[in-house]
Design a protein around this ligand. Structure first.
Ligand SMILES: Cc1cc2nc3c(=O)[nH]c(=O)nc-3n(C[C@H](O)[C@H](O)[C@H](O)COP(=O)(O)OP(=O)(O)OC[C@H]3O[C@@H](n4cnc5c(N)ncnc54)[C@H](O)[C@@H]3O)c2cc1C
Length: 400
């Protein structure tokens, strides 16, 4: 029998953006439903390195750009959540590292030295000596430069649990057995239809489906905003002997350019073995390369950037993934979280996981501007075709 369900807001896509917004809307008393096609976190979110950027990485050319300033508040905002004093209670999330390191085996270029010496980021970045660092750099053969960044690295699966668990009964998997279609009206969307089973109406619809936004926009006939993909091929490795694991490392290796040569974060697979997840230039330039070629390049790179380290015998994997963002001229990286409203459809890309709180603020503002109203709870039981969405497994447990 056809059933109709009415809520205040329907959000589509349960990555960091949809989950953060859904949590905030529920806290504020709105009837929000979050719909996920696959599993919670399965898109870019569980491919991320979990770095809560404060912008230092984007200022290596010595210039404090708009991106650096927009993202600068994010570490403090997340720290407040981790301490139970922010918008969302993340006290049960795991912080993998409170800081990251930046190191260079050579003398840094003069431009970068003046940047490091500048006051601009002085409160967030300090030069340190190897003996104040991890054991990895505390070695007589390391005689490069070392900086510490006050930007934490989080275990993203644990963050997703904190965001989703309090409201899991309203985070639902889109049923595959009923075709999903849009009921549009003169100005915007009235409902989503699931076959003959269910009509889901809402005042507003928010698209946080990452790269899935492109198809949703096409289905809705919305031509602006447009989306861009920026591809990466990330590299992962772990010790073949779990009793001799890789050391936990959270660090950017710097060369002469304005981007880190490699950014290494460390994660724990389900057996507790340490996995190095490697991004940065190697992942940007690794797009389209075969797994074996990229693995060879990564082995050589590790030998070049940490020649004093004796690594255990390693097992390798690669992970190709696209970053989905609002379209920019010349495929550049957007500076800030992005929300654009077309009637009652709000299209959102955080552009960085770290910017999810900012994206939620902007979307809430857009919804308030559009006079979102609170309605009494609709106690109609959910149709059986809508079941809670499962959590996706961590990347380290999928790729080897
Ligand atoms: C390799 C990599 C490393 C990164 N590292 C960092 C980092 O360290 N720090 C940082 O700040 N940022 C990082 N980022 C960026 C960050 O991961 C993304 O900006 C962020 O996760 C995007 O979140 P999202 O919720 O918009 O999209 P996604 O995480 O992609 O979520 C979209 C969700 O929508 C679902 N979906 C798709 N289509 C539909 C549909 N039709 N209906 C319903 N659901 C749908 C998907 O299954 C998915 O669950 C990284 C990105 C990549 C690719």
């Amino acid at each position: 029998m056809q059933q109709t369900l009415s809520v205040d807001v329907v959000i589509i896509g349960a990555g960091i953006a949809g989950l953060w917004l859904h949590h905030r809307l529920k806290q504020l008393g709105f009837q929000s439903l979050l719909l996920e096609k696959n599993a919670i976190g399965q898109g870019q979110t569980l491919s991320s390195q979990g770095i809560i950027h404060g912008g230092a990485k984007y200022a290596l050319n010595g210039i404090l750009s708009k991106a650096t300033q927009a993202i600068g508040d994010m570490p403090a905002r997340w720290q407040a959540c981790l301490q139970g004093e922010g918008d969302i209670d993340l006290t049960a999330a795991t912080m993998l590292a409170p800081h990251q390191l930046m190191w260079s085996t050579d003398k840094l270029s003069s431009k970068m030295v003046s940047f490091f010496a500048s006051k601009a980021l002085a409160s967030r970045m300090q030069a340190i000596t190897p003996d104040n660092s991890t054991a990895l750099f505390h070695h007589p053969d390391f005689n490069g430069t070392l900086y510490q960044l006050d930007e934490p690295v989080l275990d993203i699966p644990s963050v997703l649990h904190c965001l989703a668990e309090p409201y899991q009964d309203s985070i639902l998997q889109i049923p595959t057995e009923h075709e999903m279609s849009w009921k549009t009206i003169d100005k915007g969307v009235q409902a989503i239809q699931f076959g003959d089973e269910l009509t889901l109406t809402a005042q507003h619809f928010v698209l946080t489906a990452g790269e899935g936004n492109e198809t949703l926009l096409a289905e809705l006939g919305i031509s602006q905003p447009q989306m861009q993909r920026r591809p990466l091929q990330m590299v992962l490795c772990r010790s073949k002997k779990p009793n001799q694991p890789l050391p936990a490392l959270y660090a950017h290796s710097l060369g002469a350019g304005s981007k880190p040569i490699a950014t290494i974060t460390s994660h724990y697979d389900k057996t507790g073995n340490v996995v190095w997840y490697i991004g940065g230039n190697i992942a940007e330039q690794g797009v389209g390369k075969s797994a074996s070629q990229l693995q060879q390049e990564a082995e050589k790179l590790l030998a070049d950037i940490m020649p004093w380290v004796d690594l255990p015998s390693l097992e390798w994997a690669v992970h190709a993934v696209d970053r989905a963002e609002p379209k920019q001229s010349a495929l550049t990286r957007p500076d800030t979280a992005f929300v654009e409203s077309v009637d009652n459809v709000h299209i959102a890309w955080p552009t960085k996981l770290a910017l999810a709180p900012d994206l939620a603020d902007k979307t809430l503002h857009a919804l308030q501007q559009a006079s979102l109203q609170q309605h009494d709870l609709d106690n109609t039981p959910l149709p059986t075709c809508l079941q809670p969405a499962p959590f996706a497994p961590a990347l380290w447990d999928r790729v080897f």
